[in-house]
Design a protein around this ligand. Sequence first.
Ligand code: FMN
Length: 137
Amino acid sequence: MTSSMESGVESTRTLGDSSNTTEPSVPRVSQELMDVLSTLQQTFVVSDATRQDCPIMYANAWFFSMTGYSAKEVIGRNCRFLQEPDTDKAKLAKISEDVKTGKSHCGRLLNYKKDVTSFWNLLTITPIKDDSGKDAS
Ligand SMILES: Cc1cc2nc3c(=O)[nH]c(=O)nc-3n(C[C@H](O)[C@H](O)[C@H](O)COP(=O)(O)O)c2cc1C
């Protein structure tokens, strides 16, 4: 699953990945995608949608720079730590449904950096297929 978010000149790309439910390592299909995406001036994370609460498994330097969070504060957590109580609940319900059903999602969501500065997250979440065409997340 791939997602992206943008705010002014800042942008974030997030990858959700879940082809492997037992190994902590990132599956090859996602590693290849990350290699490509890491060359772009965008931020992204890899999360595992097959694990409970879709934890982030990887985030690149741009993500930490943009949000102000460290790897220790991000890895293993669901992306909802970027939200605050005023983040639109109806939009979150739609994201939740789309993630559960493996659908792509695109929308604008109010998110917050660690310093509680708000930004509009132009978020796109897309399932990633593995080499056999099976959903990887
Ligand atoms: C790959 C992926 C990336 C996501 N990125 C964000 C994000 O950047 N900001 C955010 O607020 N939610 C993001 N989400 C959505 C949350 O993880 C979660 O699905 C959402 O809060 C709805 O679920 P909940 O009602 O259980 O919180 C992302 C989800 C996935 C699967």
